[in-house]
Design a protein around this ligand. Structure first.
Ligand code: KG4
Ligand code: ZN
Length: 334
């Protein structure tokens, strides 16, 4: 069964066609990075307007690259939560129109479920239960994933998302937006012990994260150095910040896997591309004899394929939404 999956939850207009939840026939993503770059972050109103301009073209492209017509499609899936409300509404409106016109079932999908599902699309023997760390510009979630796509939310961020902290730190260092990849690259040339940045909530006996204090500590460090007329190496700041962020993410995730007796850890979301996070998580996972999985980068970041993929299982469970389907900015995983 072919499902058309649509995602407009943030700053990417995405559509994909996936067969039986796994075989990706097309996966088209139009990024708005250039549009938001000069503002140093995503401007929600601009994101919505750009989605309106792009959505029809992106859906057309996904259909034509897949080589299918609507007669070959069994259902339309769309991210309807969580995300930027104006941006979500564009995808939901497009999906509803297509479902109505072509008389197809409509499914509203949780974006985080899509991210969690992404690993399953490329790893055939993914063990269950596993612990999934979703880290992106908008989300930081630690979830136990059981067979049949049942979830238990273990923790999340109480303030900034991990990627948001990367992007803000990059902004303080004058590195442009989005800054995660730039910091990752710079950090490889820096000394990660040069500056002792805080490891927020590391010693708390829960799975909550906080990145706002770490981000602010970097800002104060940069401001203090400027005021004192010193110029600490930008590579050392990047490496020291990254060491702090990664240590917290790794330790909490591995502790969760150990306590839950999970034999696998999955990483997903844009920050899952981070080289240090992958390396440190692999090393720590090996120590507890857990396996680590991450998808290719085009499935880490926002895309329609992961939405169409998880929708296949929801459809089989009987999920079907009506044309009254609405979008919601906030949503939990369970
Ligand atoms: O999943 P994504 O494309 O979009 C959201 O849903 O947010 O994630 C984008 C985030 C940005 O914050 C970006 O800076 C971060 O992922 N990112 C990275 C790396 N590549 C992208 N952060 C750290 N290291 C990277 N290599
Ligand atoms: Zn996302």
């Amino acid at each position: 069964m072919n499902i058309l999956g649509i995602d407009t939850s943030c700053d990417e207009t995405a559509a994909a066609v996936v067969t039986d939840g796994r075989k990706i026939l097309s996966n088209i993503v139009s990024s708005q990075v250039d549009l938001h770059q000069k503002y140093g972050g995503i401007v929600p109103e601009l994101a919505s307007r750009k989605h309106i301009e792009s959505i029809n073209y992106i859906v057309d492209e996904a259909m034509s690259e897949a080589g299918v017509s609507f007669g070959d499609v069994g259902a339309i899936a769309v991210t309807n939560r969580p995300g930027l409300i104006g941006a979500l509404l564009v995808g939901v409106a497009a999906a509803k129109s297509l479902a109505y016109v072509h008389d197809l079932p409509l499914l509203g999908i949780n974006h985080i479920e899509g991210h969690i599902y992404a690993n399953y699309m490329v790893h055939d023997n993914l063990p269950f239960p596993h612990v999934c760390l979703t880290v992106s510009g908008g989300h930081t979630f630690l979830v136990e994933v059981r067979k049949g796509w049942k979830y238990e939310l273990l923790g999340g961020t109480i303030d900034d998302a991990a990627g948001e902290a990367y992007d803000k730190v990059a902004q303080y260092l004058g590195l442009g937006f989005p800054g995660g990849r730039i910091i990752d690259r710079l950090a490889q040339k820096g000394n990660s012990t040069a500056i002792d940045f805080p490891r927020p909530m590391l010693n708390r006996n829960d799975y909550q994260f906080s990145f706002s204090g770490l981000k602010t500590a970097v800002r104060y460090f940069v401001e203090k150095a400027k005021a004192a007329g010193t110029t600490p190496a930008i590579e050392d700041i990047a490496a020291s910040f990254q060491a702090a962020a990664v240590e917290v993410l790794v330790q909490k995730t591995v502790r969760a896997a150990k306590e839950r007796d999970a034999k696998a850890i999955t990483l997903t979301g844009g920050v899952a591309a981070n080289s240090q996070l992958r390396r440190s998580m692999s090393e720590a996972a090996t120590e507890i004899q857990a396996k680590i999985y991450y998808p290719p980068i085009q499935l880490c970041t926002d895309n329609g394929a992961m939405i169409a993929g998880v929708a296949y299982h929801k459809y089989q469970e009987g999920l079907k939404d009506g044309l009254e389907l609405n979008a919601s900015a906030k949503a939990s995983i369970v």
